[in-house]
Write a protein that binds this ligand. Structure first.
Ligand SMILES: NC(=O)c1ccc[n+]([C@@H]2O[C@H](COP(=O)([O-])OP(=O)(O)OC[C@H]3O[C@@H](n4cnc5c(N)ncnc54)[C@H](O)[C@@H]3O)[C@@H](O)[C@H]2O)c1
Length: 311
């Protein structure tokens, strides 16, 4: 049964770079459901590898930082007579070349470029391509599971994704003046993709996430792709201006029992180590201070010293 009702539909897909890309997985699900995908990639180099990865698909080029390239893309798609039932925006970029910096030292240029590519591009593309969308088309972007958890390893991208989350709400409203086009976001937890590999400290955060997720297994990109395909399909027609979190339950599991026990065990160990050190210091003092007065004052000094905090 064609549950998703995507058979014969055409979807414009932004963001395939390689076989790990979220967009690649979404395209696979869409095609398996009978949809045709038309791809747009960042540059000629990526186009060559995407044409190898997805032979016989049409692949256009558009660097979303370049307004002329967006206009050229619109012209090319219009000339080819395309009308799209869906548009996937799976694009983000952040320049972390300055290394992991405290958030308040985020370089202005890096932040503005990241907003331009990762958020403003959705506005620019939606506006440029609005006449190529079917009146009830679905536009889906890829956000992140939470913008409220200040994960240092994610640097300054979370505030930018927060802007993206708000952008879908405003696009949904402004498009409602002349169409029934819907805007939604799929919001994954940590995934294994090449974009994430470039984020300083990401691997540790990914391994930690696996421990916090109730099922103890990270979110798979295929799971995100299935939700994106559903949002792109007419089956989700009642969903508009929403962000659907796909984090395998990580967000509800701050108080993971295993992790709590592990942290407390470590604290317990530190406490025992501290007591052991105290003992050693006493023995050391006894050896050094034969005089009982000096010994007592040293003893009280040892007893006053702070141990590891016990909450
Ligand atoms: N990997 C994760 O853990 C994770 C988690 C949550 C959300 N996401 C989001 O998923 C989306 C896709 O990322 P991904 O993980 O598949 O990585 P990816 O590197 O495969 O995809 C990012 C895409 O953005 C494109 N891009 C960057 N700058 C561009 C520009 N100027 N013009 C046009 N295209 C440009 C790249 O070419 C690439 O195709 C992003 O929005 C990312 O923030 C990823």
């Amino acid at each position: 049964m064609d549950f998703l009702q995507l058979d014969g539909k055409t979807v414009l897909v932004f963001g395939v770079a390689n076989r790990r890309s979220v967009a690649y997985h979404v395209a696979c699900v869409l095609e398996a459901a009978g949809a045709q995908c038309v791809h747009v990639v960042q540059n000629q180099h990526i186009r060559q590898s995407v044409e190898k990865l997805l032979p016989q698909r049409e692949v256009f080029i558009c660097d979303v930082q370049q307004p002329d390239e967006i206009e050229q893309l619109r012209r090319q798609l219009a000339e080819r007579g395309y009308k799209f039932h869906g548009l996937l925006h799976s694009i983000a970029y952040a320049d972390y070349s300055a290394g992991p910096l405290p958030f308040h030292q985020t370089p202005r240029q890096a932040f503005l470029q990241a907003v331009d590519v990762s958020c403003y591009s959705l506005i620019a593309l939606s506006n440029a391509l609005k006449d190529l969308l079917e009146p009830d088309a679905s536009v889906v972007t890829v956000s992140i599971s939470t913008t409220q958890m200040a994960s240092e390893s994610y640097g300054y991208m979370a505030p930018i994704k927060a802007a993206l989350d708000s952008t879908i709400v405003f696009l949904a409203k402004s498009f409602s003046r002349f169409s029934r086009v819907r805007f939604n976001a799929v919001a994954p937890g940590l995934l294994k993709t090449s974009a994430s590999a470039g984020i300083p400290g990401y691997v540790d955060a990914y391994l930690y996430a696996e421990k916090v997720i109730p099922r103890k297994q990270a979110v798979q990109t295929e799971e995100v792709a299935s939700v994106a395909a559903f949002l792109l399909s007419p089956r989700s027609s009642g969903i508009n201006a929403q962000k659907i979190v796909v984090d395998a339950g990580m967000g509800i599991n701050y108080f993971d029992r295993e992790l709590i026990e592990r942290v407390l065990r470590e604290q317990e160990l530190q406490w025992h180590e501290w007591l052991f050190l105290q003992q050693k210091r006493r023995v050391f003092c006894r050896m050094l201070l034969k005089d009982s007065n000096s010994f007592n004052s040293m003893n009280s000094f040892v007893a006053r010293a702070d141990g590891p905090s016990r909450h």
